[in-house]
Design a protein around this ligand. Structure first.
Ligand code: PEP
Ligand code: MG
Length: 569
């Protein structure tokens, strides 16, 4: 049995599909018979083309034409006579082994693409590397399962999954996933929750005991993985799986209720989404708003920067489907653990402290303006609000607002109609912003507290690192004090204060946050019904009273103990 971090609720029982990314070493050597070597390469090339054609078909059918574009681009590369011809010449004329010839040409070609002025061409470098790796794996007999290509029911077991891997998961086939690394608030875990897919992350090296085809049980609440369980354990977990499904069913009665406490205080229960596709679950779970639309997933689903028109259509579709309910759309927050294959960024020592989110947008104003124009245009179709991520000082906020104003002026002169009262808010996820929130509050319409990052920056604990996940604590008194400060500062300035970090969905903390005065709780759609049950069973006056002592404790465990014994909901 492995004990790790429960990242997404639910019980799954199924066969393991182990995805290993082995580091391969390629040696340079000369072959005696270049004809045989060339045949070996051509066969591997053909096999890779066949593989890719199947992937394209499968992805088109399951996930739509757009998601298949990237694989179609890979196919074109394998059919490119110049690229393939150079490899073949290296084998035929210079008598190099196929692996070495392929790797050298791929590296040279990728380097040429990277140096080009044209952004589209520089973005192709990652594709060249990717597709060459596929051929190399075939050449070397390495079997690598591709997430987009899963044909049978399985539980994915992998060292790590990138957020874009996770976004490609087909729920009809994948029952759950288990990873060696990662934390509860890594984006891969967040996507698992939005897909309502049981997940255990940060299972460490023990995960290597799991073999392809092993029967495994994944308990996403307790963070447990059981490999080849005995009959009694299997029976026990089958029962728990049924109970979980039944309890979920019971919660459905909260879908149509208002988020009002027993003594009449109403708050807003909102959902976090990554694309318009998530809306089905949002509406099913009765969300009253979208508190965070992470637009970076729209960028990740493409193989080039999305155009203004593509973005406008996506944002418009979300606000229209929400039918007048508020929708907070966050501008691009790329960097940290979220990467774009087509936007190469320099390696950084500390990517979470580096070139990400608003920092990148204020540097790449071309990308920023395209998004802002799309957002402003979409505001004509519903109650759209714009939110800037990772604001760390007042200059960033003012510069971002100035660019937004320029976009509005431009659109107006083009005769475009939009919401003149379009609200603008910021995420409070950096301690410096929380500390000066009294000043920032005067220049925005709302705050949204991003606890996922606020915790990591306040406590200096990488949210992705399972080795120190025991230090990543929602209950740290410093975090709770900062949250209270932000809420009070926001209210003093007359603005609403929301929370869209994962903490907002923690049913033990909801009564405390309610007592602190939080106005909106935004979370994965799958957490909404449990949260509403907690809110409708709470008394606001009691929460207010009981939350005061929370701020006087110095130890997270004391706080946990106090909450457990004092709050009844
Ligand atoms: C946060 O930091 O709390 C947040 C909601 O943003 P993200 O998880 O996308 O960094
Ligand atoms: Mg964040």
């Amino acid at each position: 049995m492995l004990k790790a971090i429960g990242a997404s609720l639910g019980i799954a029982i199924g066969r393991a599909l182990v995805i290993r990314e082995e580091a391969v070493e390629i040696n340079e050597s000369k072959v005696k018979d270049s004809k045989i070597e060339l045949d070996r390469f051509n066969n591997a090339l053909q096999e890779s083309i066949t593989q890719l054609q199947k992937v394209v078909e499968g992805v088109k059918e399951k996930l739509g034409d757009e998601k298949a574009e990237i694989f179609e681009a890979h196919l074109c590369m394998l059919e490119d006579p110049e690229f393939i011809g150079s490899i073949q010449k290296k084998i035929e004329n210079d008598k190099f082994n196929a692996e070495y010839a392929l790797q050298t040409v791929a590296q040279e070609t990728a380097a040429i693409f990277e140096q080009m002025e044209n952004e589209y061409m520089t973005e192709r470098a990652a594709d060249i590397r990717d597709v060459s790796k596929r051929v190399l794996n075939v050449l070397m007999g390495i079997k690598v399962a591709s997430i987009a290509d899963i044909q049978e029911e399985c539980i994915i077991v992998a060292k790590d999954l990138t957020p874009s891997d996770t976004a490609q998961i087909d729920k009809a086939k994948v029952l759950a996933f288990v990873t060696e690394i990662g934390g509860k608030t890594a984006h891969t875990s967040i996507i698992a929750r939005s897909l309502e897919l049981p997940a255990v992350v940060g299972a460490g090296k023990g995960i290597r005991e799991i073999k392809d085809g092993d029967l495994i049980v994944v308990d996403g609440e307790e963070g447990i993985v059981i490999i080849n369980p005995d009959k009694a354990t299997l029976k026990d977990y089958e029962k728990r799986r049924e109970d979980f499904i039944e309890a979920k069913h019971q919660l459905l009665k909260y879908a149509t209720m208002k988020s009002t406490t027993v003594d009449g205080k109403s708050v807003e229960l909102a959902a976090n989404i990554g694309s318009a596709e998530d809306l089905e679950s949002v509406l099913k779970n009765g969300a009253e708003a979208i508190g965070l639309f992470r637009t970076e997933f729209l960028y990740m689903s493409k193989d080039a920067l999305p155009t203004e028109e593509e973005q406008y259509n996506e944002y418009k579709s979300v606000v229209e489907k929400m039918d007048g309910k508020p929708v907070i759309i966050r501008t691009l927050d790329i960097g940290g653990d979220k990467k774009l294959n087509y936007l190469p960024m320099d390696e950084e020592m500390n990517p979470f402290l580096g070139y990400r989110a608003i920092r990148l947008c204020l540097d790449r104003t071309d990308i920023f303006i395209t998004q802002l124009r799309a957002l402003v245009r979409a505001s004509a179709h519903g109650k759209l609000k714009i939110m800037f991520p990772m604001i760390c000082n007042i200059q960033e906020l003012r510069t971002a607002k100035k660019i937004l104003e320029q976009c509005k002026t431009e659109l107006k002169s083009e005769g475009v109609v939009f919401d003149e009262k379009l609200e603008v808010g910021i995420m409070i996820e950096i301690p410096s912003a929380a500390i000066i929130s009294d000043i920032l509050a005067k220049e925005v319409d709302f705050f949204s507290i991003g606890t996922n990052d606020l915790i990591q920056y306040t406590t200096a604990v990488d949210r992705m690192n399972e080795k120190i996940s025991y230090l990543y604590d929602f209950y740290h008194p410093a975090v709770l004090r900062l949250i209270k400060t932000v809420i009070d500062n926001g209210h003093k300035a007359g603005i609403t204060v929301n929370m869209c970090g994962e903490m907002a969905g923690d049913t033990n903390l909801i009564p405390v946050l309610l007592g602190f005065g939080l106005d909106e709780f935004s979370m994965s759609a799958s957490s909404i019904l449990r949260a509403r049950k907690t809110i409708t069973n709470s008394s606001f006056e009691e929460c207010k009273k009981l939350s005061v002592p929370v701020l006087s404790f110095g130890d997270a465990d004391e706080i946990k103990g106090y909450i457990k014994t004092s709050f009844k909901a």
